[in-house]
Write a protein that binds this ligand. Structure first.
Ligand SMILES: [Zn+2]
Length: 376
């Protein structure tokens, strides 16, 4: 391993708790070593400004891990429709260990996405639509709204909401739903609320991007139009013509010429690449937060690792979306080495809910466990 120098102090409220390039952190002293089986001798340090001690492992993506597994391998397998148990069998690990690494990878993915949200300057229209799946049981369907670049198919944002089961049901199924709803009930108006957060992300893309007016394509779902008109910011932008909302019938042919092609495409990819979303799978998600962690990892793979088109060279979706900034290849190498810090990562509401595991899985009472260091 190359010589390590602490990039900043590990204490959140220390004045040296932020990486800087112009004046590298120097206010620390070596503070001994400790030995580990997996990572060898680990150097410790002490901040001379605040007295906090920390080690090289504090900054490692494998902080508190006892075993080294390849993140690239896990991300590739997860995004190639392997179930958690299949990945576990292949890597001789338990599914808990694989889930643990996926959670870590998800936070890296969210941090990278956050970096892109301020460094990409896209020049493309957007399409948004809900991807329908479920978590825990078919009685708890969910809607994951995706905001996708029209020409890049880069996914700018994703938001999750659990919905009430609707549609055709037998008498028995209705009875069972009523019984379950005594214990847990989906919030009404979920789609509109979720879409309003996607609409906020649309504004961020508009502010950061080069396209004006910017067109947002959706289907004719009334909740979408409501969310846009109920927000004063959007209403004003729509009225002044800087933002345009265009709709297409969801029954229109799902061809490449359909303006909703970008979301239809991601929808199809998710359905075939992420095992829990395959129709009739027995490996469906059991926990909403874990499901969103896996989705975040998948979107990292979709956006930055797989080729934009299999027959069109090695360009990634993020490179197609990025007009002015080149994606830093060095950054990728570091992505699976040093962990992202919550304290210095700016997140949207949806990303924060994923990172901090704030969503509630239907029928569960307790909040999901999150290791303390993940909040650092
Ligand atoms: Zn300090």
């Amino acid at each position: 391993m190359a010589v390590f120098t602490p990039p900043f102090c590990a204490r959140e409220h220390c004045l040296h708790h932020e990486p800087t390039t112009h004046a590298p952190y120097q206010a620390y002293r070596p503070w001994g070593f400790y030995h580990t089986k997996a990572f060898g001798t680990v150097p410790r340090y002490r901040c001379t400004a605040c007295g906090k001690t920390f080690s090289r492992q504090t900054f490692s993506l494998d902080y508190y891990a006892k075993r080294i597994l390849s993140y690239q391998d896990i991300v590739q397998r997860l995004s190639s429709c392997e179930s958690l148990s299949a990945i576990g069998r292949a890597l001789d690990s338990s599914t808990d260990t694989i889930s643990n690494r996926i959670s870590r990878a998800a936070r890296q993915a969210l941090a990278l996405s956050s970096t892109f949200s301020s460094s990409l300057h896209p020049d493309e229209d957007l399409a948004a639509d809900g991807f329908e799946s479920f978590c825990r049981s078919q009685y708890f369907p969910n809607n994951i709204t995706l905001l996708v670049g029209a020409s890049s198919q880069y996914v700018y944002a994703a938001d999750h909401v659990t919905l009430r089961r609707k549609g055709r049901m037998t008498k028995e199924q209705r009875k069972k739903r009523a019984k379950l709803e005594v214990r847990w009930k989906a919030e009404p108006g979920g789609i509109e609320h979720s879409f309003s957060r996607i609409a906020d992300e649309t504004l961020r893309v508009y502010a950061q991007g080069l396209r004006s007016p910017l067109t947002l394509w959706t289907d004719e779902h009334q909740s979408y139009a409501n969310a846009l008109t109920h927000s004063p910011h959007h209403a004003q932008l729509l009225e002044s013509g800087f933002l345009r909302h265009r709709v297409v019938s969801s029954r229109a042919a799902r061809t490449k010429g359909n303006p909703l092609f970008p979301v239809n495409y991601v929808d199809r990819e998710l359905r075939k690449d992420l095992h829990e979303h395959v129709r009739e799978t027995v490996c469906f998600g059991r926990n909403v937060n874990r499901q969103m962690e896996r989705l975040s990892v998948y979107l990292l793979w979709h956006n930055t690792i797989k080729a934009h088109r299999a027959r069109e060279g090695p360009r990634r979706n993020v490179q197609v979306a990025s007009v002015t900034s080149e994606v830093d290849r060095e950054g990728y190498k570091q992505l699976w080495v040093w962990r992202a810090w919550r304290s210095i990562t700016e997140l949207s509401d949806s990303m924060r809910e994923t990172w901090e595991r704030l969503r509630r899985t239907p029928l569960t009472q307790k909040r999901d466990y999150l290791p303390q260091y993940a909040l650092m």
